[in-house]
Design a protein around this ligand. Structure first.
Ligand code: MD3
Ligand code: FE
Length: 225
């Protein structure tokens, strides 16, 4: 599929363990929390937190990027160097990612079909790292009704979504419990590296000046929960 590049098991087990340890260290200062859907307030089944200068958040007001954690009001911890190296090695993008969104899937958690379109830098790819249990990942086209296909993701897999795939609808249908022992307490950890802002384009346009940062639809069922 154009715009998708998959590096199966790009991270070897030792690197996976090191990365998981670094993520859990940072989660100690930026605790995982359960986001809720815009408007409805319906809770996500995944737990989330962020690393980097900007974190992706969802609450009753909408989807947007914020510089601080909802509960601690502290800046998000830094993105581990290993992940910044990965971004430099695998993407041709000239700027560093500002956001690493951390998704933890446990106990039947899933993520509904959605688009990622809260980033101004839609020219930048999203780089995804899977750790822990296998997951059935679904990806389609630029409309919700386009045909989809399913890919099984394994611990250590790295996937880049750019170009024609950047606005593709995607989600996690299910996680297959007990397929990895990489995560303390079990489950699946997904890390997505994102470039949010376009350098030199950080002034608010009249359009961005609206009270909702996201262009994503706020319809029930249109989101990730
Ligand atoms: C395709 N996460 O956090 S990663 C998300 O495994 C998200 O936790 C899933 O979708 C997860 O938004 C899937 C793969 C992924 C991430 C971002 C994309 C695929 C993408 C952005 C555009 C197109
Ligand atoms: Fe997504």
């Amino acid at each position: 599929m154009p715009g998708i590049r998959l590096w199966p098991k790009y991270l070897e087990p030792a690197a996976q363990r090191r990365l998981v340890a670094e993520i859990f260290d940072r989660i100690a200062t930026a605790p995982l929390y359960r986001p809720v859907m815009p408007v409805s307030g319906k809770p996500f089944s995944v737990l989330e937190t962020n690393l980097g200068s900007l974190g992706w958040v969802s609450d009753v007001h909408g989807y947007r990027y914020e510089p601080v954690h909802r509960d601690t009001q502290l800046p998000w911890p830094p993105i581990p160097g290993l992940l910044l190296e990965l971004w430099r090695d695998l993407t041709a993008y000239p700027e560093e990612p500002e956001c690493c969104l951390v998704n933890l899937y446990r106990g039947g958690a899933r993520m509904g079909l959605h688009q990622d379109r809260d980033e101004a830098a839609l020219d930048a790819p999203v780089l995804s790292v899977s750790l822990g249990d296998d997951a059935l990942f679904r990806i389609g086209g630029d409309t919700r009704k386009a045909a989809t296909r399913s890919i099984r993701l394994h611990s250590g897999d790295v996937v880049m979504f750019g170009g024609a795939a950047r606005l593709a609808f995607h989600g996690i249908d299910r996680v297959i419990e007990g397929t990895s022992s990489c995560i303390p307490g079990g489950g699946r950890l997904n890390l997505t590296l994102r470039r949010v802002g376009v350098p030199g384009k950080n002034k608010k346009t009249p359009d961005q000046g609206a009270d909702r940062a996201s262009h994503a639809p706020l319809r029930a069922g249109a989101g990730r929960g």
